[in-house]
Design a binder for this molecule. Structure first.
Ligand code: AHM
Ligand code: MG
Length: 342
């Protein structure tokens, strides 16, 4: 019979160990992360059998952003809402798939000090073609007092107030990466025991890299500065690490994860079709920006730090640039030119 390897730390063991570093901690945050881990395991099971059951394809509806909703999106959303509603650590949620936030009004949940925001399945256009997709989440301390239903104020907080954020990627393996002020750690799902096990302790984003990630199809609607930066990526000489490699999965969570591990930059600027940008500040950009900063990288909207943006509505979109600090510095020197020309 195989013996358990006690050198492996599970997600639950890790979060409890982290909690012990704070004698005043109530365990609510560890509970919440455990709930998210549970939802992720259930989503993972469905993602893995997506080709086998009648879960592929559009659900025949559009979400609040006017985009097609896939069945798996709905399933993932239901799992996230379900575990958080029935857990004891979350007072309310907001989701990319729902038009409005949802307060959890039962006695236990409404006493909780945390709210959670998520994109239940990022990169969903990739579901039908077996490409990695993921769940992105962030946790904030509510600003209203505990005991009453949460309000929109609890959700419209800048990213610099995040308590924890992270993502799960359903890929060649399933990995959950999360950040708190204590750092960034990654846990790979061991399917034989159904547990997320610490596989990437204390992740640091390399200062520099040679992979850039952007949808080149939009090239002609990029700003002049951005066009020049992209051209530099392609033409820089060998002694300067060039030419850079271009990679674009179309699931931001996977593109950003690659940058976190290998070094790199991911860019989704405003385009002619999406003048405010495509990606959502609250569900997609803030959680990844918090995580990359905790790992030593940076994220901006080209004018300011993503985490300092004060949101005005739940489904707000933004331009997004994220990655290794040296690459971000260079990119910003080009984007500055655009600002100076205005
Ligand atoms: P989604 O949340 O509807 O899946 O959309 C977000 C995704 C990102 O993961 C990805 O980087 C981007 O949209 C791809 O968009 P495009 O096809 O315009 O390049
Ligand atoms: Mg998304």
């Amino acid at each position: 019979m195989p013996t358990t390897n006690r050198r492996v730390l599970t997600l639950d063991e890790f979060t409890i160990r982290e909690m012990r570093a704070f004698p005043q901690a109530t365990g609510e945050l560890s509970g919440l992360l455990r709930d998210i881990g549970l939802a992720a395991k259930r989503i993972n099971v469905e993602v893995n059998k997506a080709g086998l059951v009648d879960i592929l394809g559009d659900a025949g509806k559009q979400n609040v952003q006017g985009e097609d909703v896939k069945k798996l999106d709905e399933f993932a959303n239901d799992q996230m809402v379900g575990v958080l509603r029935h857990g004891i650590s979350c007072a309310g949620i907001a989701s990319e798939e729902l038009s409005d936030f949802v307060p959890f009004e039962d006695k236990i949940s409404s006493q909780s000090k945390y709210v959670c925001m998520f994109d239940p399945l990022d990169g969903s256009s990739n579901i039908d073609v077996n490409v990695s997709i993921g769940t992105i989440f962030s946790v904030y301390r509510r600003v209203t007092e505990c005991g009453i239903p949460v309000t929109v104020k609890d959700f419209l907080q800048p990213g610099n107030r995040i308590v924890a954020s992270g993502y799960v990627i359903y890929g060649s393996s399933t990995i959950l990466v999360y950040a708190t002020k204590r750092g960034v750690n990654g846990f790979t799902l061991d399917p034989s025991i159904g547990e997320f096990c610490l596989s990437h302790p204390d992740i640091r984003c390399p200062e520099n890299g040679n992979i850039y990630s952007i949808n080149h199809g939009n090239f002609f609607s990029f700003s002049e500065g951005l066009k020049k930066y992209v051209e530099l990526c392609q033409t820089r000489d060998k002694s300067n690490g060039g030419p850079y490699t271009q990679r674009y999965i179309g699931s931001m969570v996977s593109d950003v994860h690659r940058g976190l591990i290998k070094g790199g930059i991911f860019m989704y600027p405003p385009t002619a079709a999406k003048p405010q940008g495509k990606l959502r500040l609250l569900y997609e950009c803030n959680p990844l920006a918090y995580l990359i900063e905790k790992a030593g990288g940076r994220a901006t909207d080209s004018k300011q730090r993503i985490l300092d943006k004060v949101p005005t509505k739940l489904h707000e979109r933004t331009g997004f640039f994220i990655g290794s600090t040296k690459m971000m510095d260079e990119l910003e020197s080009f984007l500055k030119e655009d600002e100076e020309k205005k």
